[in-house]
Design a protein around this ligand. Structure first.
Ligand SMILES: Cc1ncc(COP(=O)(O)O)c(C=O)c1O
Length: 362
């Protein structure tokens, strides 16, 4: 019997798998699997959330005017070039849908964020992966893969799951050497955590180039992953296309108002960054002491390898930490089965983690 047939390029598309959030039989857990802010939102942001509930009967503002104008004021950027989305994931998918199809190619780094290959595949285009060196994105390797079919390049800076970053100069050089019809997407989801003089946002390049897009999110340092708000700064022609493609109310009214309140509370962001600066080196050192190989991170998480020389493997470490209520991220879907990724938690989670690691290595 005949049946509806989806586009054949969707046949090998796997659904996105998020980090685990529960462990059978363990009541108190710390979710260290999705790089969320362990403090969550601040009191003023929770108040804004409660206040926003009175408006949920009416449709949200489809232009996200209040949020766009707050972003424009805070970052001193042009409001006409800002688009908001249901997480930055929505915008990444919109970009792929708008600019990729059939025989096109899009380049990603070897160990890049899992949403890029999904968005590329969902648009029917081909994924091309550029080799990394020590988990560092190699701009020369990316340039070497550019050809007449290349339409787009996705780079997370810093990158998830590796945590590594590319210097502003290297990225600027990559952009300078790219053909102007190739859209360069720089995903700055973890920018707030970067602590390196060679790093700088790419936002200022958007204004003078028609092939650079920068995406940002409220899901990480801003502590609002569950509300689903992200945004992008785009050249005018890109904004125009995405504005026609997007669904009208993808950012709900509560999310719009709460995101504005979150920008207004920069004290909370600074507190979150200080916390990360304190714990990231401590935890990295602890992991190294056990004999794990850590990848230097500019983010609120660290990727590490459970070396074959140890008497246990990554699955064992994952299960052992789960039994303590600490849920890390397994890396099988990233093709790194002997690695785990660990988000920096609150003081209690981090202390428990260190105690548990010491117990593991006894
Ligand atoms: C590099 C990177 N970009 C984007 C996202 C998605 O962010 P959002 O929650 O805004 O969709 C993530 C989330 O893990 C990420 O790691």
């Amino acid at each position: 019997m005949d049946k509806p047939i989806p586009n054949n390029f969707l046949n090998d598309l796997e659904p996105y798998k998020g980090g685990a959030s529960s462990v059978n039989g363990i009541e108190k857990i710390f979710k260290l699997s999705s790089n969320e802010n362990p403090f969550g939102p601040s009191d003023s942001v929770v108040n804004a959330y409660n206040d926003a509930l009175k408006d949920i009967t009416i449709y949200p503002d489809p232009s996200n005017k209040l949020l766009v104008s707050k972003l424009s004021e805070f970052y001193s950027i042009n409001p006409n070039n800002i688009i908001c989305g249901c997480g930055s994931d929505e915008i990444l998918h919109l970009l792929a849908r708008a600019y990729l199809s059939g025989n096109d190619e899009a380049i990603v780094s070897e160990n890049s964020f899992a949403v890029y290959p999904l968005a590329i595949k969902a648009s029917g285009a081909r994924i091309v992966r550029a080799k990394e060196l020590n988990f560092q994105t190699q701009t020369e390797a990316i340039l070497g893969l550019v050809n007449n079919s290349t339409k787009m390049i996705f780079i997370a800076n810093p990158n998830n799951p590796t945590g590594t970053m590319i210097s502003y100069e290297d990225l600027k050089d990559l952009h300078k050497k790219l053909p102007s019809n190739v859209l360069l997407i720089i995903d700055e989801a973890y920018i707030e955590y970067v602590n390196d003089n060679n790093y700088s946002s790419f936002i200022s390049l958007v204004e003078n180039n028609n092939n650079v897009v920068v995406t940002r999110t409220f899901s990480k340092a801003y502590g609002l992953a569950g509300l689903r708000v992200g945004w992008a700064y785009c050249p005018s022609e890109v904004i125009n296309v995405l504005g026609r493609l997007r669904i009208p109310f993808s950012v709900n009214s509560t999310a719009q108002k709460v995101a504005v309140a979150a920008i207004d509370d920069q004290k909370h962001i600074l507190k979150s960054i200080d916390h990360n600066n304190l714990w990231l080196p401590k935890i990295t050192k602890e992991l190294e002491n056990i004999g794990f190989h850590t990848i230097p991170s500019s983010c609120n998480f660290v990727l590490f390898e459970v070396s074959e020389k140890l008497s246990f493997d990554a699955n064992y470490v994952f299960d052992f930490l789960c039994s303590k209520g600490l849920i890390l991220r397994q890396m099988h879907e990233y093709n790194l089965p002997n690695f785990l990724r660990l988000t920096i938690g609150n003081d209690e989670a981090n202390t428990l983690l260190i105690e548990s690691l010491r117990e593991l290595s006894k």
